[in-house]
Design a protein around this ligand. Structure first.
Ligand code: KG4
Ligand code: ZN
Length: 338
């Protein structure tokens, strides 16, 4: 079974063709980051306009690369939330047009669920097995979300904790902007931190011992206060600030995720979302989980950031359970996982 999937929830326009929910035949991603960089963040109006410009060629590229014609597609899956409403609408309209013209099922997919399903995709680089064993804990960490999810079965989720303010990626982006390092901040701080001392400054670790909720805006404020006091502007000092900030964020993410796995008797932890590309998070989580005899699944970086292959994979499992949408599918900007 071949599913064509479309993802336009934020600033990436992506289309993919995935066979049997796991084999990626194509996954085309057009990033808009260059258009948003100068504003230091995503401008929703620009994002939706750019999606409109490229959506049709991106879908055609995905079909061509998969050596597939539209008539050979069995279903079309599309992200319908959460995300920027104007951006979501572009993908949804394209998906509806394909589903209607080809008379195939339309499957609306929750973007957060799609991130979880990036762990079910077969790739040569993947450390993940084809089918993660239920139940498992998934840490979803991106620019818009940070949450710990207990995945009990296909489509059965329990959100154990979420951020009460900034998402982890948002904190990376805001700290990078404050330090005048550029956008998006996550990969820049990740790289810079390799030259700094993560123990140089002991930034706060909010809510570390309490429950599974997160709070990252306090770490960001601690960085701002520290730098404003120190007037740190030399390269070395900035690297220390970046490394110490990153360590504080990663410590909280790792501690709570491993504790959730212990508390809910899960032998497996999966990572998902753009911040899973962070090298310290990947290393520290693997180390800590190994000590606890837990297995960690980490998708390759191209599956961590927004992409349509993960939407196709989630869509495949919806279809298996007979969960399809109709042509009235609407964009839901603040869609929740459960
Ligand atoms: O999942 P994603 O592509 O889009 C959202 O759904 O938000 O995540 C983007 C976020 C950005 O905040 C970016 O700074 C962050 O992921 N990110 C990273 C790294 N690569 C991307 N954060 C920390 N370290 C990285 N290496
Ligand atoms: Zn995402």
């Amino acid at each position: 079974m071949k599913i064509l999937a479309i993802e336009t929830s934020c600033d990436e326009t992506s289309a993919a063709v995935v066979k049997d929910g796991a084999e990626v035949l194509s996954n085309i991603v057009a990033s808009q980051v260059e258009f948003h960089k100068k504003y230091g963040g995503i401008v929703p109006e620009i994002a939706s306009r750019k999606h409109i410009e490229v959506i049709n060629p991106i879908i055609q590229d995905a079909l061509d690369q998969a050596k597939t014609k539209l008539k050979d597609i069995d279903a079309v899956a599309v992200t319908y939330g959460p995300g920027l409403v104007g951006s979501l609408l572009v993908g949804i309209c394209a998906a509806k047009a394909i589903a209607y013209s080809q008379n195939i099922p339309l499957i609306g997919v929750n973007h957060l669920e799609a991130h979880i399903y990036s762990n079910f995709i077969k790739t040569p680089q993947s450390t993940s097995p084809l089918v993660p064993q239920f139940p498992f804990i998934c840490l979803i960490v991106s620019g818009g979300h940070t949450m710990i999810v207990l995945v009990k079965d296909h489509g059965k989720f329990q959100v154990l904790g979420r951020t009460r303010d900034d998402a982890a990626g948002e904190a990376f982006d805001k700290v990078a902007r404050f330090l005048k390092l550029g956008y998006p901040g996550g990969p820049i701080i990740d790289k810079l931190a390799r030259e700094g001392d993560p123990k140089a400054i002991r930034f706060t670790r909010p809510m570390l011992g309490q429950g599974y909720d997160f709070s990252f805006s306090g770490i960001k404020t601690a960085v701002v206060n520290y730098v404003s006091k120190q007037k740190a502007d030399s390269g070395k000092q900035t690297a220390d600030v970046g490394a110490s900030f990153q360590q504080a964020v990663v410590d909280v993410l790792v501690e709570k995720t491993v504790r959730a796995a212990q508390d809910f008797n899960c032998a497996t932890i999966a990572l998902a979302g753009g911040v899973s590309a962070n090298s310290l998070l990947r290393k520290d989580l693997e180390q800590k989980a190994k000590k606890e005899k837990m297995k960690v699944l980490i998708p390759p970086v191209w599956l961590c950031t927004d992409n349509a292959a993960m939407v196709a994979c989630a869509g495949y499992h919806h279809l298996q359970q007979g969960r399809i949408s109709d042509l009235c599918l609407r964009a839901v900007a603040s869609l929740r996982l459960v």
